[in-house]
Design a protein around this ligand. Structure first.
Ligand SMILES: [Zn+2]
Length: 390
């Protein structure tokens, strides 16, 4: 195996194992070959921890990838035609023997502008800053001792527009500072770290995440109270009935509890903090924020769900039942992934609110995500399904 690919698989597995670093099929990593011609990049929909020498990545021609961003005719296309064109062009840029139909990560083009190794994650600790109204200022304080500053990337729709914004920022940064930026914070999204070697990229990623973690509040371990089996059953039936009443389908209702879930439920502002969607991942995996259930009354819950749908939102799949825990509905193979995304965002909410308040996605931003074909593909692949979810 190419030594660059071997190193990429090694660092991807390390960062991919920790659900506080990345959840679901999100995040991506890449590494460029010594001759600068090719880049190995995670395949869309593969979990980082599942990458191996044989699967979970594609090798792309860097020149072809860069030409996508530079092509002005793509910029002029209508939004969804543009995103489809980008996905197709990324597939054309592949130069390898992979025959499983997997696609290179949709973020491949922005990786092409960065250093040899790139790690992109959605860490909960970073999320506490990038999802807060004053997050940028707080990060500037936290990283004021850096020789060279980080880049703050204002929110852009994922895909082509985000890549274009990042390529512009990187070019401007190089002009100003004479080198490529090593740390990029992406508003409402996550962290990008880049370096010349796999181990320095990994070390820097871990350092940034640890520093972000330092100033945050966390649950005490072992703070989960005991909940009776009868109560869990009662809550599960209530949610199942309410969902059946609204959409006529009975699905799996899975129950979870953890230090973070219990800690969040005890917060006086818990219900208030769930009043909007924070990140694209929250929308993609859990169809929006978890629904706060203050009392077990399936008729009342059914009315609340209908009110959510009337506002044009999607059918909720996660429910936080006060003093009981988190309930997730859906197909068996994706409920754990939804749990990980929801748990990470609960942690983010409690912390981001202290940095000037929560910066929710607006309607236009949500509409874009809902229609974004590539992301739907990512979700279905991560779930092990071979068809689109939406
Ligand atoms: Zn991302």
């Amino acid at each position: 195996m190419d030594k660059v690919l071997k190193e990429l698989v090694r660092i991807s597995k390390i960062v991919g194992e920790d659900p506080s670093y990345i959840q679901g099929g999100g995040g991506n990593t890449s590494a460029k070959t010594d001759d600068g011609k090719y880049m190995y990049i995670k395949a869309s929909g593969t979990a980082l921890k599942d990458m191996s020498s044989k699967k979970g990545w594609r090798r792309v021609n860097i020149e072809s990838v860069v030409s996508i961003i530079q092509d002005e005719s793509i910029s002029r296309l209508e939004t969804y035609a543009r995103e489809t064109e980008v996905v197709n062009r990324l597939l054309f840029a592949c130069d390898d023997d992979v025959a499983d139909g997997s696609r290179p990560s949709i973020e491949a083009h922005l990786h092409s502008y960065l250093d040899t190794y790139v790690i992109h994650l959605h860490p909960s600790s970073v999320g506490a800053y990038v999802n807060a109204k004053n997050g940028k200022a707080e990060l500037e304080k936290l990283f004021s001792d850096l020789d060279l500053p980080f880049i703050w990337v204002r929110y852009a729709d994922p895909g082509f527009l985000l890549a274009k914004r990042i390529s512009r920022l990187i070019k401007g940064y190089k002009k100003e500072h004479g080198r490529k930026a090593r740390i990029l914070f992406l508003e409402k999204h996550g962290l990008l770290v880049t370096a010349n070697s796999g181990s320095s990229c990994l070390k820097l990623t871990q350092k940034v995440i640890a520093r972000c973690n330092k100033g945050l509040v966390k649950p005490k371990s072992g703070c989960v109270g005991s909940v009776s089996k009868e109560l869990i059953k009662e809550a599960s039936v209530c949610i199942g009935k309410a969902c059946f009443d609204v959409c006529g389908e009975y699905g799996v209702v899975a129950y979870y509890n953890s230090d973070i879930i219990s800690w969040f439920m005890k917060n006086k502002s818990a219900a208030k903090m769930l009043k909007g969607t924070l990140t694209p991942d929250e929308l993609l995996y859990s169809n929006g924020p978890a629904v706060w259930v203050g009392q077990l009354d399936w008729r009342k819950l059914s009315v609340s769900i209908r009110a959510i749908l009337d506002k044009g939102e999607k059918m909720p799949v996660s429910f936080l039942v006060k003093d009981v825990g988190l309930f997730v509905t859906g197909e068996k193979k994706i409920v754990k992934m939804i749990r990980d995304v929801v748990t990470s965002i609960l942690f983010i909410r409690v912390n981001a609110i202290k940095f000037g308040g929560l910066a929710f996605l607006n309607k236009r931003q949500k509409d874009f995500i809902n229609k974004w074909e590539s992301e739907a593909f990512r979700k279905s692949m991560a779930a092990g399904a071979n068809k689109k979810c939406d």
